[in-house]
Design a binder for this molecule. Structure first.
Ligand code: PAF
Length: 282
């Protein structure tokens, strides 16, 4: 496994590769990331050859002024140890390598980027989509993999790749959960012990909504309000709980069959995200 920090060196290394599978990350890797690396290897050896590239870059462009960019855990040595044997190349550029001049060209994400997480984090998806496009241009993979835990992010990246005709297939990896069901996230380590045991309530709430929908509930507005109240009553600060159509993330009206229930809520200082897919008639 090679660790490369310069774009020129990375391009020289990848020049000979017939096909590449790519997993962009911000590092501080957990099982969810490692699962994506394994999926990249499986997919790439089946269809595309076998070079798997992971990137580790905490992208300043996707953090707001009052967000956790400075505190975001940077653990490159430990991350590389975890990636040993799973990937061929780790691309870990500095901020000045990625942004040698002030970035003045941005990806304008689709309107859904200002809803859900975008409503609480203005500019986040613009910064995310811009760095993802830069990384895809740098690595030029045939396959790029992203976790379904960031469902809205995955949707925006799929839209970006489709509408800008990028020659890459976007693959979504299933959310990996802790023993109690909490979705793995680098931000879980901000939780205190008490918050950590409460944290799984977000997933339990989404699962309860999923069961209601499968049992025939179609008043999604009511389900959302009930979930919001259940979370607020236990001290969560809820950004949103939303039942949406999987294909376009528009509000579900009752006619669609493939839905996703998404939520973001704060527990103390930590903002947690989760979602569950619901396929009616499955
Ligand atoms: O999901 C992430 O870790 C980041 O948003 C990504 C896709 C690596 C872009 O910085």
């Amino acid at each position: 496994m090679q660790v490369i920090s310069s774009i020129a060196e990375l391009r020289a290394r990848l020049n000979e590769e017939r096909a590449i599978a790519f997993v962009p990350t911000m590092g501080n890797l957990h099982e969810g990331h490692l699962d994506l690396m394994r999926l990249a290897r499986e997919n790439s050896s089946r269809e595309h050859g076998s070079c798997v590239v992971a990137s580790i870059f905490v992208n300043p462009l996707q953090f707001g002024p009052n967000e956790d960019f400075d505190q975001y855990p940077r653990t490159l040595a430990a991350d590389c140890a975890k990636l040993q044997g799973l990937v061929d190349v780790v691309f870990a550029p500095s901020a000045s390598e990625m942004y040698p001049v002030q970035q003045t060209v941005f990806v304008e994400p689709p309107p859904v980027a200002s809803e859900l997480c975008g409503a609480a984090r203005p500019g986040h998806f613009r910064g995310m989509a811009t760095v993802v496009l830069k990384l895809l241009n740098i690595v030029q993979p045939q396959l790029a993999l992203f976790g379904k835990k960031d469902y809205q992010q995955l949707h925006i990246i799929r839209t970006l790749a489709a509408q800008l005709n990028l020659p890459v297939s976007i693959v979504g990896g299933e959310t990996v959960r802790a023993h109690d069901g909490l979705a793995l996230s680098s931000r879980n380590q901000y939780l205190t012990e008490v918050e950590r045991s409460e944290a799984v309530f977000l997933y339990q709430t989404l699962q309860a909504m999923r069961r209601s929908v499968l049992q025939g509930a179609r008043d999604f507005e009511l389900l959302q309000q009930q979930a919001l109240k259940a979370l607020s009553d236990r001290g969560w600060l809820v950004d949103y709980v939303a039942v949406r159509d999987q294909s376009d993330l528009q509000p579900a009206s009752g006619g669609q069959r493939d839905l996703v229930i998404l939520a973001a809520a704060r527990l103390g200082k930590t903002r947690l995200l989760d979602n569950v897919e619901v396929c009616i008639g499955e």
